[in-house]
Design a protein around this ligand. Structure first.
Ligand SMILES: CC(C)(COP(=O)(O)OP(=O)(O)OC[C@H]1O[C@@H](n2cnc3c(N)ncnc32)[C@H](O)[C@@H]1OP(=O)(O)O)[C@@H](O)C(=O)NCCC(=O)NCCS
Length: 134
């Protein structure tokens, strides 16, 4: 199930010399949103191991309100894949449009940073659609 994991607004300090938001700013926010999505389903730490299929589809501009949606799409032994979608709200219509998307993979880890099985740390209260991925 798709969920909102982060919301925020772009400010002048987030812009590059062309007046649109830095790609790195967006990627950092996406990583944070994905980490929140992972923390919602496991009781352990987790680290980013890869980012794939990253597409900057439309620019983000000063003052834009950005909403980051996440969806857990795959669970492996120690890895969790999250679809991350950045949407901007149109100032006129208030409808959202897609500006950036990517697939993040996280690995669940113990206190020493060693990978551990997701099944051993999955929270009891996860939604059925997530449990079905185990
Ligand atoms: C994440 C980390 C603990 C994994 O170490 P590891 O367990 O020895 O690695 P493995 O090769 O056994 O892979 C573990 C899982 O990650 C997956 N994985 C590893 N590299 C991957 C990659 N490049 N892309 C996608 N998945 C990957 C493996 O498929 C495996 O998944 P599975 O257990 O569900 O089958 C280690 O690579 C690490 O500490 N990386 C640095 C993380 C980091 O600092 N991130 C940035 C800040 S959060």
């Amino acid at each position: 199930m798709k969920k909102i994991s982060l919301r925020g607004r772009a400010y002048p300090g987030d812009l590059n010399h062309s007046g649109t938001v830095f790609g790195g700013w967006i990627m950092a926010k996406m990583d944070k949103a994905a980490s929140i999505a992972v923390e919602d389903i496991v009781d352990s730490g987790a680290v980013t191991v890869s980012v794939t299929d990253l597409h900057f589809l439309k620019p983000i501009r000063n003052g834009d309100i950005v909403t980051i949606y996440t969806e857990i799409i795959k669970i492996g032994n120690t890895s969790i894949q999250i679809n991350v979608n950045v949407m901007v709200r149109c100032k006129k219509s208030h409808e959202e449009y897609n500006v950036t998307e990517a697939i993040f993979t996280f690995v669940t880890v113990d206190e020493d940073g060693k990978s551990i099985n997701v099944a051993d740390v999955i929270r009891d209260d996860v939604d059925d659609d997530v449990r079905d991925l185990l």
